[in-house]
Design a protein around this ligand. Sequence first.
Ligand code: GDP
Ligand code: MG
Length: 394
Amino acid sequence: MKDEIETINIGIFGHIDHGKTTLLKQLSGRWADTHSEELKRGITIKLGYADITIYKEGENYNIEKKGTPIRHVSFIDSPGHEMLMATTLSGATLIDAAILVIAANEGIKPQTREHLMTLQAKKVEQLIVVQNKIDLVDKEKAKENYRKIKEFLGEKYSSAKIIPVSAQQNVNINEVLKSISELKIPERKLQADPIFVIARSFDINKPGTKPKELKGAVLGGALKQGTLKVGDKIEIRPGRTVIENNTKKFVPLKTTVLGLFKGSIKVETLTPGGSMSIETSLDMSLGKADLLSGNIASLEGKLPQNSEKARLKFKLFPEVFGTSSQIKVEPIMKKELLMLSINTSITGGTVGEINKEEIIVDLKVPTIFFKGDNVGIARKIQGHWRLIGFGEII
Ligand code: GDP
Ligand code: MG
């Protein structure tokens, strides 16, 4: 039987220690921190994943299979650490909506602001705010914090719901599930040429696997539009780097789709919505260590050529908030070095031309993008890349 329940991708954002991972655990019934490296460092380094189905029984929304299944959700936990802004920007490419976690006892912190800016830059318009750690504050403090959040959300996110929660003590999690169920599913363009943005790539073979049983490289990410089927011939661009006559070149990769996964479920056809992976016939070593993240996959011959220049219409934020003090954003200068986040790729580039609302950036690394793609613009400030504005490829 065909599964008629829609899947929505939701990113979880917020300042470190405000309770993102704890909330995700409550919403999904398990931990997102599955990377051993992360466990060691105690923070979410890579994007974590968890998939759930929300059930509804009367007015009760739950994940315990009580009532009727109404929505599949793929959660993406992003790192709250200030150094990892680039990963957060890439993560925002994969999502249809966001949850912003704000601890009521600490209020709005630098990364809370920077994450809201990220959502704005990546045109993520649907937002739920979880006012967490409500168990740690009294009523007055909670109200004051609520007012500040409302003010912080401003005009742009004025319709976002703010839900008081204690993730640790499992208070009001049902309200969050309800709000998730009420989010709009974006239009999925099933007939368009597929665009699969690659956020991760893996070698899934365990040490000691027999050569005959070795699996090819696996691509993790999201299908933004179109449909992919097992057996499809696909192309990955810009591809793999090779050094030729002392210069770095990109070679597109051609491969066959051997398997498709929605979450951990094997499927024959992939349509947008959910976190996904593609098992390819590529050499497994090409998948190692996220080597192919930032690339785009589509059917053979459907992707544009690499671009070495990005022309964009842009807007700067008035201030940078990633640091503990607020810093005014100075105008972009000709020849300055910027970092652009386009889909899941992060590319440095120097500003070639500039007028009031448009810039042309000479990219250090050729990149694949489409007209209308959203771009996050970052500048190095006090040694860290900070989001200073956003743009759109023209
Ligand atoms: P993250 O960095 O945003 O992922 O935050 P974590 O989920 O790792 O939580 C940071 C700390 O806050 C942990 O010690 C949690 O147990 C604690 N915490 C999370 N949610 C709550 C809450 O609702 N109330 C209280 N009191 N502590 C919480
Ligand atoms: Mg975490």
